[in-house]
Design a protein around this ligand. Structure first.
Ligand code: FAD
Ligand code: NAP
Length: 444
């Protein structure tokens, strides 16, 4: 009997799960249901355009989609076009891999002012996500970025770099035109803790200094390393490399480049200032308390910035028919088995990727996630698989007028973007308009 599995979400977590299912000893057929007309999730709509090497991962993911046991059903939204009870009719098991697309709230006054932006929204804009507006206001000369994770680095780098430096990437014309209007000269990045606790990756941090147009300035005020910091870096190789780089940079004078990225440590954002729009950021100096956390000192600084980008983490959203732990924004699970409100596992229902364990970790981590989930799924559902018609789900979508983008349609759009790139001397130029994406996908 063929085990039929629906994977909801065509990001890396979902695609790795499909791959592992096809490599299991069970005879499987897998459908990947994705709300966008394209696969790859945050690899396409999160990874920064000036990181083409990382985007190469799509080649391996594409090979999974091309497998005969796997079907891609794009432009189908779970909860809108299909519900859990429908999936139960067509499949023996369901794996939820819907990731995270929104910004976590910061919870300070002024957060909702015009000019206070969530990093996720800005990232979606520069990565040409089809569901966001095509323009972005970039007139601020002094900008704050809150948080010191890799997303903060991406945002600071894109804000500080010259538009021409981004032109070799896969950005479409509207993003390049938008970046040309950018007026930012100074980008201030704020960490509430000390430099030992920055969550940057060492390589990504060092890359910040590679732009010929950007000086990186690490401010000495707040650059404090206590015993707990030393113990932390001793136990964490990445943090040690980051601290070494920051220590080499601290106090270095700017060399006169047109743009500057300032890194400030031990400054906690307390309010985004302004009436009708952002006119400043208020921070409170913190001090290390000896266990990795910080306490406010009461010393307040107002920073003259006209835009604030909040890069304090992504957040997953709940899905109809499935439990959700609102506190940590994940689907409650035990090693990938979805748990109901009583903590009992829901038969045939699994979860993987960021919606399983929260919005932290690299693309590669979603592979180990998927391995755990798939191992449980195969062990628990193979014996109860029943005879099902793989065409029934297609008939269901056709009856409801859902404009499904299958793998061959995606290949057409993919080739179209590559051809646009060849004309422009680039590897690819993305299509960012949903109508246009669907038109190209279904052409011919
Ligand atoms: C800005 C940013 C940059 C990053 N850069 C890097 C990097 O350079 N290197 C690296 O290793 N990692 C990077 N990461 C981390 C990496 O992107 C994640 O680890 C990974 O994408 C998580 O995979 P996922 O499949 O769980 O979620 P996602 O990639 O978010 O995929 C989820 C998919 O589910 C779909 N979906 C959501 N809801 C529904 C629904 N209702 N119905 C159907 N489909 C749905 C979404 O459209 C999406 O395609 C970055 C993350 C961010 C936020
Ligand atoms: N190139 C890459 O490899 C790449 C690029 C982008 C993203 N990613 C990965 O994607 C994942 C998500 O990245 P991320 O940057 O969104 O998350 P992250 O690594 O968790 O960083 C979030 C940052 O926000 C700070 N923060 C949280 N709440 C705050 C608050 N209330 N006030 C001030 N600061 C606050 C955190 O500080 P505290 O530590 O003090 O909580 C931390 O510095 C990470 O695993 C990241 O490595 C990788």
């Amino acid at each position: 009997m063929t085990l039929r599995v629906a994977i909801v979400g065509g990001g890396p977590a979902g695609i790795y799960a499909a791959d592992l299912l096809t490599k299991s000893e069970t005879d499987v057929s897998v459908d990947i249901i994705e709300r966008l007309p394209v696969p790859f999730g945050l690899v396409r709509y999160g990874v920064a355009p000036d990181h083409p090497r990382i985007k190469e991962i799509v080649k391996a993911l594409q090979r999974v989609l091309a497998k005969p046991e796997v079907r891609f059903l794009g432009n189908v939204e779970y909860g809108v076009d299909v519900k859990l009870e429908d999936l139960r009719e067509f499949y023996d098991a369901v794996v939820v891999a819907t990731g995270a697309m929104s910004d976590r709230a910061l919870g300070i006054p002024g957060e909702d002012l015009p000019g206070s932006f969530g990093a996720a929204d800005f990232v979606s804009w520069y990565d040409a996500h089809p569901d966001v507006p095509r323009t972005w206001p970039l007139e601020a000369e002094h900008v704050a970025v809150l948080g010191v994770g890799n997303v903060a680095l991406d945002v600071a780098r894109v804000l500080a770099k010259k538009a021409e430096e981004m032109l070799a990437t896969d950005i479409p014309a509207n993003v390049h035109e938008g970046l040309l209007t950018k007026r930012a000269t100074d980008v201030h990045v704020f960490a509430r803790r000390g430099p030992a606790y920055a969550k940057f990756s060492p390589l990504e941090l060092r890359e910040l200094a590679h732009s010929p147009n950007v000086d990186v300035i690490v401010h000495p005020e707040g650059f404090e390393v206590d015993e707990a910091s030393m113990a932390h870096v001793a136990a964490n190789k990445q943090a040690k490399m980051v601290l070494n780089t920051l220590s080499n940079w601290v106090g270095r004078e700017p060399t006169g480049k047109a743009h500057r990225i300032h890194l400030h440590f031990l400054e906690q954002p307390v309010e985004i200032l302004g009436d009708d729009g952002v006119t400043g950021l208020r921070t409170e100096r913190t001090s290390l308390v000896g266990d990795g956390s910080v306490a406010g000192t009461g010393e307040i600084t107002d920073w003259d910035v006209q835009a604030v980008y909040r890069a304090v983490g992504y957040r997953s959203t709940s899905l109809p028919g499935l439990p959700f732990d609102d506190r940590v924004a994940v689907i409650p699970n035990d090693g990938g088995r979805v748990l109901d409100l009583d903590g009992e596992s829901i038969p045939g229902t699994y979860v993987t990727g960021w919606i399983k364990r929260g919005p932290v970790g690299l693309i590669g981590h979603t592979k180990s996630d998927a391995a755990e989930t798939v191992a449980h799924l195969v062990a628990e559902t193979t014996a109860t698989a029943t005879e099902r018609d793989p065409g029934a789900v297609n008939a269901y979508f056709a009856e409801r007028g859902v404009d499904v983008v299958e793998f061959a349609n995606w290949e057409r759009l993919d080739q179209h973007e590559i051809t646009l790139g060849e004309v422009a001397g680039r590897a690819r130029v993305k299509v960012g308009d949903r109508e246009e994406m669907l038109r190209v996908a279904h052409a011919g």
